[in-house]
Design a protein around this ligand. Structure first.
Ligand SMILES: Nc1nc2c(ncn2[C@@H]2O[C@H](COP(=O)(O)OP(=O)(O)OP(=O)(O)O)[C@@H](O)[C@H]2O)c(=O)[nH]1
Ligand SMILES: Nc1nc2c(ncn2[C@@H]2O[C@H](COP(=O)(O)OP(=O)(O)OP(=O)(O)O)[C@@H](O)[C@H]2O)c(=O)[nH]1
Ligand SMILES: [Mg+2]
Ligand SMILES: [Mg+2]
Lengths: 278, 292
């Protein structure tokens, strides 16, 4: 019979600190350490070297969302993707990367430059469009973002595009008027195509701490967030805030950003991510 | 928030005459949790708790404050002390034009803050020029040019130049020619772990000899705020910090992390996307916010 492994206070403290420093947050850290304690009690782990892999497995469970086959197929044409998120998270850059990703899969992509507010936001997306080699719908600065979206939907449908990706202005979820504007954009899209937007991706900056949970909850209250993109994981931040978020909301991380170049996008891998967290 | 949590913990010490290390242990645990939930970096939390322990140990339990109120008061005072100090503005050059260098991670708000700072200082009788040394981000230079246009502040365009050092050199020359007295240099966002980009920042600083190097930090940054700021400070030398996006609802523990590891004053707060949504940093307001 195997003896029960004793997880001493020093090891627990060490693990707690590693989890906290990865931005996993107190509640989820407590939950993970409790599952570790139970695992030891039930002899699911019996050697000290099994502790970290056990924890990584527990983290992987929390961030894995069962995806149905239909999640990944693009049943309708155009497949409309709406990018949302707070200021500077990496939305515009991620659109460039995504457009390239889908173009490499042989898809025809159209971009909608619906950030009509921020200085040179349209120019920034237009430059990405040139790099990828795809269509773009854009209006003059300070024009109505809804008008851009309306025109982009019309163009995407008329030109038989496979994918339409809509860029929106960064906005803090505390700004009610900006959240209302986002809801209006969604209505404009749905009016032209009832099933659209098919994907609403909330972009989260990987360096963000516990506020990321507020962002997901608030954006999801106004829009139907179907997936998360976690950016800037090439930095020293581990992006651990998503663990509690995915566990609580059931919204999956779909992609991660690992740099500023066009290829610096990967499909989210719960196994790799959970191992890297510790 | 912290006060109501502490009051439950500290009901036990109500009858006691003195706050001792023993009866403070539970209370300190609450403070630790509150700070971590506010995203204060763990090493900074540890130092802070040690300070609070020393400050509250041996203090007589206050006649008119509950023990919970008393601990919160000590924590608040200590936070304000750490975050603040005297209000500091921009250090003017002793002779010649004043140069300010902006630095920080990707998307923290450097370009927007460059515009805000130029507007603020133009109202303080400076004659500013702004320049973007960001040759990487698509339309980065256009972004700053649009801001300059909106604010009617001269922008050194550096058309045809693709080397950040050549652009900065050109801007310094133009500044002299136009007899302007302030140059703000916007730089590309960079990771503190990117050796090449950190070396570039050092080279820009060496060339421009700024009196101010401002680290622009996003208020919602998590645990790595301390490590990032520490590295920027060690490599380049920061003289001040700007905390952006404070119009959000992030608790902003990054403020304590950055101040805690660099000792550099937090000079300004970004409180919105517009160029006038910018103000002097308020340590007391930040302390309230961090404590939730
Ligand atoms: N290192 C790194 N930088 C990134 C990544 N994704 C985006 N960035 C950078 O982050 C900065 C902001 O990116 P944007 O795409 O402009 O972000 P945004 O969300 O569109 O910003 P707003 O439209 O202003 O709200 C840029 O400097 C990007 O190059 C990433 O995965 N890694
Ligand atoms: N709500 C809010 N948004 C801000 C604030 N400061 C900057 N922003 C926004 O944050 C986003 C990023 O700002 P930028 O100025 O482009 O950031 P940056 O540091 O220059 O980005 P890179 O050059 O890519 O590293 C933009 O959408 C800005 O409008 C602020 O105080 N509040
Ligand atoms: Mg953008
Ligand atoms: Mg910039």
């Amino acid at each position: 019979t195997t003896r029960k492994i004793k997880i001493d206070d020093e090891l627990l403290e060490e693990l707690e600190e590693a989890l906290i420093m990865a931005d996993i947050g107190m509640p989820t850290t407590t939950q993970l350490l409790e599952s570790l304690r139970l695992g030891a009690k039930n002899k699911e782990l019996t050697k000290p070297e099994e502790v970290r892999p056990f924890l990584a497995k527990e983290i992987r469970k929390l961030i894995t969302v069962k995806s149905t086959a239909k999640d990944e197929e693009m049943a309708e044409k155009p497949h409309v993707i709406l990018m949302i998120g707070v200021n500077g998270a990496g939305k515009t850059t991620t659109i460039g990367k995504l457009a390239n990703y889908y173009k490499n899969e042989g898809k025809e992509v159209l971009l909608a430059a619906a950030d009509t507010f921020r200085a040179a936001a349209v120019d920034q997306l237009a430059e990405w469009c040139n790099r990828v080699g795809c269509d773009i719908v854009k209006h003059h600065p300070n024009s109505d973002p809804s008008a851009v979206v309306f025109d982009a939907m019309k163009a995407g449908i008329a030109r038989k595009k496979d994918i339409v990706i809509v860029d929106t202005a960064g906005r803090l979820h505390t700004r009610t008027n900006l959240m209302d504007q986002l809801a209006k954009i969604r209505k404009i899209i749905s009016r032209q195509m009832p099933s659209a937007p098919h994907e609403t991706l909330l972009v989260l900056d990987g360096t963000t701490g516990q506020n990321a949970l507020n962002q997901v909850k608030e954006f999801n209250a106004v829009m139907n967030v179907t997936g998360l993109v976690l950016t800037k994981l090439d930095g020293s931040s581990k992006g651990g805030a998503v663990v509690g978020i995915v566990n609580e909301t059931g919204i999956a991380v779909k992609f991660i950003g690992i740099g500023e170049k066009i290829d610096d996008l990967q499909r989210f891998d719960p196994e790799l991510f959970s191992k890297a967290l510790l | 928030q912290l006060e109501s949590r502490l009051s439950a913990t500290l009901k036990k010490i109500r009858g006691l005459a003195r706050l001792t290390e023993a009866n403070m242990t539970e209370a300190l645990k609450e403070v630790r949790t509150a700070l971590l939930e506010a995203d204060v970096a763990l090493p900074v939390v540890k130092d802070f708790i040690a300070t609070i322990k020393k400050e509250s140990s041996g203090k007589d339990v206050h006649k008119s404050l509950s023990p919970g109120q008393q601990v919160v008061k000590i924590v608040h005072q200590e936070l304000v002390k750490l975050l603040g100090g005297e209000l500091v503005g921009i250090t003017k050059a002793e002779k010649g034009p004043t140069v300010i260098l902006m630095a920080g991670l990707q998307g923290s708000g450097k370009t927007t803050t460059t515009g805000k700072l130029a507007l603020l200082l133009s109202k303080e009788k400076y004659s500013p020029m702004i320049v973007s040394a960001d040759v990487y981000r698509p339309a980065a230079r256009e972004q700053l040019a649009v801001l300059g246009e909106q604010l009617e502040i001269p922008v050194f365009k550096g058309d045809g130049l693709s080397d950040p050092l050549k652009i900065v050199k050109g801007a310094l020359k133009e500044l002299k020619k136009e007899s302007l007295d302030l140059l703000i240099i916007d730089t590309a966002g960079r990771l503190q772990v990117d050796e090449e980009m950190m070396a570039e920042l050092e080279a820009i600083k060496k060339l421009a000899t700024p009196t101010e190097t401002l680290f622009v930090a996003d208020a919602m940054t998590g645990q790595q705020a301390a490590e990032v700021a520490k590295t920027f400070h060690e490599r380049v030398g920061i003289t001040g910090v700007v905390l952006t996006k404070l119009d959000g609802d992030a608790r902003g523990g990054a403020a304590l992390s950055v101040k805690g590891v660099t000792g550099c004053p937090i000079k300004f707060s970004g409180i919105g996307e517009k160029s006038d949504q910018f103000e002097q940093f308020h340590p007391d307001r930040m302390a309230q916010r961090i404590l939730g």
